[in-house]
Design a protein around this ligand. Structure first.
Ligand SMILES: Cc1cc2nc3c(=O)[nH]c(=O)nc-3n(C[C@H](O)[C@H](O)[C@H](O)COP(=O)(O)OP(=O)(O)OC[C@H]3O[C@@H](n4cnc5c(N)ncnc54)[C@H](O)[C@@H]3O)c2cc1C
Length: 504
């Protein structure tokens, strides 16, 4: 089933009222959540649009049915490339974060990790997860990845915390399921998701076994509170608002107060040895998703900068052209890292095709590091107007309209009306609550920068480079370059076959 956005709304609006914003208990139809819903709507619209069939949709590896690609387990490099392209397409439509990738990355991680746990320890999580996913796919549900715990004292392990609820944990195992408590934080789209996928956030030790827990739960389940901070733009309710102003985001603290999870939705329960693996599988899949969305964000910033340069009549000046080329570099290197991660990915025991971790991490690290610089280019070329522009109402008011119409025109080839639209857009992109959200999300989303450093230090073979240097320096007589064999692209049974199916 490919849901319409109306079907998505109907289900959301009939949910238990367990969302809290600014001290009020609200329904999911609260106006402050609407900009976020508008983003999710695009993921439903794209899947139903014949033009994007095969990109926004995929063939389920479980049922063979056509499903929304966000709910698909990638089976080949082609699937990963399609996911990356879909994310960039969708990110460009909404002017930034498409939010639905979290659930996609969570199901990948759960599919892979449950299979590995079963193979190594004889548990039966994988079939259970696939049975759950079958229903999730056929109902075209939208899920969060609820990974980041409140964490408390960062230097203490979960079991050492003064407040045991700093991390979500198992408090009771019953015949029919488990009872969980604790808090997750910074969970994007939680207030308008159907389902929460809950996974561990870090490596665990034996004494943390109760914190080794993964499950899926309806977002309005008994005992769950969703305390939400939405982000929106000033003009969101204006019927004439520019498209960019109609989109927003929200993040939530999710409180689990002795929540019952039936066994058929429990996908890890005490297997502390796999906490790190599951956490990393989500993070690496999410870092690959960034190689689609971050180029989309750069596209928006680049476009805004070109408009600002034209409005200032400096578009042809050499230092401006040079700065614009930095967007091309940031966007396309990130995208290229995602393509490389897809092409050099690997088939896991679960059948899920997983991106190459090195390429996913270097791409993500580069985009995280460059994000402030990219916003700075816009600031530099736009000048200070993005934070000093009078309100739109002053451009309408009788007493000030004429003055402001003359004020706003810089390049005589651009009308006062278009100039105002340009500068409002530049303000919203470069100096709004959404700007701050993108800056911080760019640094911490998918893990703080040091997590990419750790992933690279684990996965990157420095010794092999040292042996190369020893040979080139004449210290060693020989050098074994068989390592280069691991750079075989995974075309064979994946990329080409899928292409034949999708594009005869
Ligand atoms: C906009 C936004 C959206 C997000 N969406 C989601 C989401 O949908 N789902 C989700 O699960 N998460 C989400 N996150 C959370 C994100 O993954 C985390 O912010 C990130 O992992 C960092 O965790 P933190 O914020 O708790 O920072 P911290 O972990 O407190 O990190 C702060 C600093 O302390 C350092 N540090 C922390 N612990 C240690 C330690 N033990 N030893 C040494 N140094 C340490 C870190 O390296 C970092 O430099 C989102 C975050 C943002 C900003």
């Amino acid at each position: 089933m490919l849901r319409t956005k109306e079907q998505y709304h109907d289900r959301l609006f009939s949910m238990r009222r367990n969302v809290y914003i600014g001290g009020q208990q609200v329904g999911r139809d609260d106006h402050r959540l609407r900009p976020g819903l508008n983003v999710l709507d695009v993921t439903f619209d794209l899947a139903r649009d014949p033009e994007w069939k095969g990109l926004a949709t995929a063939t389920s590896s479980i049922t063979g049915e056509e499903i929304n690609r966000w709910n698909h387990l990638p089976q080949s490099p082609y699937d990963l490339l399609q996911k990356q392209k879909l994310i960039r397409l969708a990110a460009r439509r909404v002017g930034g974060c498409i939010q639905r990738c979290m659930g996609h990355d969570a199901i990948n991680a759960l599919a892979i990790c449950t299979k590995e746990m079963d193979d190594a320890t004889g548990t039966e999580y994988h079939q259970r997860f696939l049975a759950y996913l079958k229903g999730y796919q056929s109902e075209d549900l939208d899920g969060t990845c609820s990974q980041t715990d409140a964490k408390g004292d960062r230097l203490k392990r979960p079991s050492q915390q003064e407040n045991p609820d700093s991390y979500v944990h198992i408090v009771e195992k019953r015949k029919d399921g488990i009872i969980v408590r604790g808090m997750k934080m910074s969970i994007t789209q939680a207030a308008y998701a159907d389902v929460f996928f809950v996974v561990p956030t870090r490596a665990l030790m034996e004494e943390d076994a109760d914190y080794a827990v993964a499950f899926a739960i309806p977002a309005d389940g008994e005992g769950i509170k969703v305390i939400t901070r939405p982000v929106w733009l000033r003009d969101k309710d204006d019927p004439n608002a520019a498209p960019f102003c109609t989109y927003g985001v929200s993040d939530s603290v999710i409180v689990f107060d002795n929540v019952f999870v039936p066994w058929d939705r429990v996908f890890m329960c005490g297997e502390w040895q796999y906490g790190r693996r599951l956490a990393l599988l989500f993070a690496d899949s999410h870092r690959h998703s960034y190689s689609g969305c971050k180029p989309g964000v750069s596209d928006v910033l680049c476009g805004a900068t070109v408009l600002a340069a034209e409005a200032n009549n400096v578009a042809r000046i050499s230092h401006v052209r040079e700065k614009l080329s930095e967007y091309a570099e940031a966007a396309e290197l990130a995208y290229a890292a995602g393509v490389a991660a897809a092409v050099y990915g690997e088939k896991t025991a679960s059948g899920v095709f997983f991106p190459n971790e090195i390429y996913a991490n270097v791409g993500r690290r580069m985009t995280g590091e460059s994000i402030y610089h990219e916003y700075n280019i816009l600031t530099e070329i736009a000048g200070g107007i993005s934070v000093t522009l009078p309100f739109a109402e002053d451009f309408d008011a009788l007493e000030t309209r004429e003055d402001l119409e003359r004020f706003i025109v810089r390049n005589p080839a651009i009308s006062a009306g278009d100039a105002l639209k340009i500068w409002k857009f530049v303000e919203n992109v470069g100096a709004s609550p959404m700007t701050a959200w993108y800056l911080i999300a760019g640094v911490h989303g998918g893990g703080s920068p040091v997590m990419e450093t750790i992933a690279l230090n684990i996965g990157y073979d420095y010794d092999e480079r040292k042996r190369l240097a020893r040979y080139l320096a004449g210290i060693d007589a020989e050098f074994d370059d068989s390592k280069m064999r691991s750079l075989e692209p995974s075309f064979g049974d994946g990329l080409m076959e899928e292409r034949k199916i999708k594009k005869p």
